[in-house]
Design a protein around this ligand. Structure first.
Ligand SMILES: [Zn+2]
Length: 325
């Protein structure tokens, strides 16, 4: 983890692993401080606070959650008394998708050899994902702290002329997707609308909506984009994401028309240049999302986590790449 200053008053804490749960955080050091996303567990959140505290005068008064996923909200409880801001959909969604109990059960389970072997025999993907998370994370003690300041389309803050615009762009990767734009400093905190040099995972929303959001980000013409996962970039980060999603959707359509399953399609579609990105086998999720659209299924249809992790595991094995999530 490292902190980088990206403009006069904007900073980023970047995770270097770029796998699942390795989310970035931001700080706008104005108006008493605004933190953007609070990390995946209390250890990482404390490390982030320690890094940002080198430049802020006191604990920040505000926190923004860019969306409802666990890896962006599980450090909220450490910002006692702060105003937590998010899109109106986020509190309800957090209760479902970021319930800490489920993952708190998973990690000790896979830590026990006998349980791990039993899980591995039935669900190798779940066993491998649990093992990967255990190496870096500890979900003990996490309690959900929900946002209380909620907005619909747009929310604006003004700190003596430094405006901060929260723009709702969901659902493209998750229901509550929000980007944070600081126009004067030409910075956008993108949340998980942008994964940089790592394969995106999207949970709900549509390809079209995601393309619209990426186009908007290019129009905003920031000098720096802080992605939800991966290293800093400029607008080329939005362009690369769009090219990746277009490529996957086109390839998935050919496979769909041939009658292949999403899993077989993900085994068959070439990674191409995206094989260099972390966790390329997460391709499966993007294929399955495209298939849901081709079948006219609702974007909000729930995912079966066991199936997803097992499928990603199978795709990684079939393609001879490292199993990572
Ligand atoms: Zn994330």
């Amino acid at each position: 983890m490292e902190m980088k200053q990206v403009s006069d008053n904007c900073f980023a804490v970047l995770n270097d692993m770029d796998c699942i749960h390795d989310a970035n955080s931001g700080l706008i050091n104005r108006g008493g401080g605004v933190v953007i996303d609070t990390q995946s567990d209390l250890g990482h959140a404390r490390q982030m606070i320690e890094m940002f505290s080198k430049v802020w005068p006191a604990m920040p008064k505000r926190v923004i959650n860019t969306h409802e996923d666990a890896d962006h909200v599980w450090g909220n409880q450490l910002f006692e008394g702060a105003e937590i801001i998010a899109h109106r959909s986020v509190p309800e969604r957090m209760k479902h998708v970021a319930n800490p109990k489920e993952r708190q059960k998973l990690l000790p389970g896979v830590g026990d050899l006998h349980t791990r072997l039993a899980v591995k025999a039935l669900h190798p993907g779940i066993a491998a994902a649990g093992q990967q998370l255990r190496e870096d994370y500890n979900f003990d003690g996490i309690e959900l702290v929900l946002p209380t300041t909620l907005f619909d389309a747009r929310y604006e803050l003004d700190f003596d002329g430094t405006e901060v615009h929260l723009i709702y762009v969901g659902p493209c990767h998750q229901v509550g997707d929000t980007i944070v734009h600081v126009p004067k400093e030409r910075v956008v905190f993108a949340g998980d609308v942008i994964f940089r040099q790592c394969t995106p995972m999207g949970w709900t929303g549509s390809y079209e909506k995601w393309f619209q959001c990426l186009d908007l980000m290019i129009q905003l013409d920031p000098e720096v984009i802080v992605p939800g996962h991966g290293p800093l970039c400029g607008i080329e980060g939005a362009m690369d994401m769009k090219a990746y999603l277009q490529y996957v959707r086109e390839e998935a359509k050919k496979c769909f028309d041939e009658g292949l399953t999403a899993l077989d399609a993900a085994r068959q579609i070439e990674f191409g240049p995206y094989g260099e990105w972390r966790a390329p086998a997460r391709l499966y999720m993007n294929v399955e999302r495209a298939y849901r659209e081709f079948r006219n299924e609702p974007a909000c249809a729930p995912w079966n986590m066991v199936e997803i992790f097992d499928a990603i595991y199978e795709v990684a094995k079939a393609k001879g790449v490292e199993v990572e999530f």
